[in-house]
Design a protein around this ligand. Structure first.
Ligand code: ATP
Ligand code: MG
Length: 351
């Protein structure tokens, strides 16, 4: 089969997950927290979308909404989340429980919060398989051993009877990946899956995820602070700021021709991605806005170096939407020409 034919058969057209105008609001004693506001994005089957953004930008809240894990008493969710032909924000609890662990699963930053200390690794992986597949205890144990072997745990037939505390941090993360993949899900959400691990183990885990994804065709949402991780692992990127999408595109588009001033800021604060080794690292100046009372206009304008270029009042009063509607887009009023000029000057400054 030619490469082209392979692409056609493995990636059918149309998004597999489609998030439309998602909003997530929390009622708190201090008021309403607008954690996610008007967020839209698509994920294609079998691909990896990296979601990046500073702490508090709404990455985890977005993904908990996809998983249906918010507390309904304190959370108001608006917009739509389509998983193929099924809308999830309106789905009942039983439906979401059936989907979680089976069609959609999650890999958390800290496996110890997801794994119980009281049961063996094998039992925990096997339970997920039994719950969703109705497998017998024996089948579930065999499946757990097979999964441990697939995620590169040595002596899986022995390790299956060990408890989480008998595993190293990297092995626990592998076990959690085994648990997430045990039912061959269509979508895996990995929220900072490697930040708790040292750099070498991080790289091994990310390679493993990528390899398993290539074998199974699972779609992955990879949440991370680290643009370097996204560069090596993802196909597409969504940059979030204050609960909104500020830029999206392929990894290549966003990393080589970033368009939004916030993305420029993120890139210049990343050691591995600056154009010259000696380029100074600059964190994005200022702090993210309060989500209790987000600023009017562009949420990034108080920290932006160029609000006056787009017209004196525009950025302060009107909220930019991401455009164009598909492909590489960003939510900023500067013209493409202005952005190219600014970016060229920045790169020359750093060279
Ligand atoms: N249950 C909640 N009640 C009130 N506010 C919340 C709740 N959960 C999250 N938030 C707020 O929503 C905002 C977005 O949080 P979120 O956890 O999605 O950020 P994040 O992008 O995942 O950050 P990090 O990179 O630190 O994980 C934050 O301001 C957070 O304080
Ligand atoms: Mg988070």
């Amino acid at each position: 089969m030619s490469n082209l034919e392979q692409q056609v058969t493995t990636s059918p057209p149309g998004p597999f997950l489609s998030v439309r105008d998602l909003s997530v609001e929390f009622s708190t004693e201090d008021g309403i927290v607008h954690a996610v506001d008007g967020l839209s994005f698509d994920l294609r089957k079998g691909t990896t979308l990296g979601i990046v953004g500073e702490s508090g930008s709404g990455k985890s809240v977005t993904n908990l909404a996809i998983l249906g894990l918010h507390d309904p008493d304190h959370t108001k969710i608006g917009g739509e989340i389509w998983l193929e032909d099924r809308e999830l924000t309106g789905a009942d609890r039983a439906t979401m429980e059936r989907l979680r662990g089976n069609r959609i699963s999650m890999i958390f930053q800290d496996p110890l919060t997801a794994l119980s200390p009281f049961h063996t690794i094998g039992r925990q992986i096997g339970e997920v398989y039994r719950k969703h597949r109705g497998a017998s205890k024996k089948e579930a144990r065999e499946r757990a051993i097979e999964m441990l072997s697939r995620v590169g745990i040595p002596q899986p037939a022995t390790r299956v009877d060990h408890y989480p505390h008998e595993f190293s941090g990297g092995m626990r993360q592998r076990a959690m990946i085994a648990m997430a993949l045990v039912c061959d899900p269509d979508l895996v959400i990995a929220d900072e899956p490697t930040t708790a691990l040292d750099v070498t183990v991080q790289a091994q885990i990310l390679d493993l995820l990528k390899e398993l994804q290539q074998q199974t065709g699972t779609a992955v949402i990879l949440i991370t602070h680290d643009l370097g991780v996204v560069a090596n692992t993802a196909d597409d990127i969504l940059v979030m700021y204050a609960g909104r999408a500020v830029e999206r595109g392929t990894v290549r588009e966003v990393l080589t021709e970033p368009r939004h001033p916030y993305t420029w800021g993120l890139l210049s604060s990343m050691p591995r991605l600056t154009s010259s080794v000696d380029a100074p690292l600059k964190p994005v100046r200022g702090t993210p806005p309060s989500l209790l009372s987000p600023p009017p206009g562009c949420p990034f304008h108080p920290r932006c170096d160029y609000p006056e270029l787009a017209g004196p009042e525009l950025c302060r009063t009107q909220r930019p939407e991401i455009s164009p509607a598909t492909g590489h887009g960003d939510a900023c009023y500067l013209s493409l020409r202005q952005k190219t000029e600014i970016r060229t000057a920045q790169i020359e400054d750093h060279a």
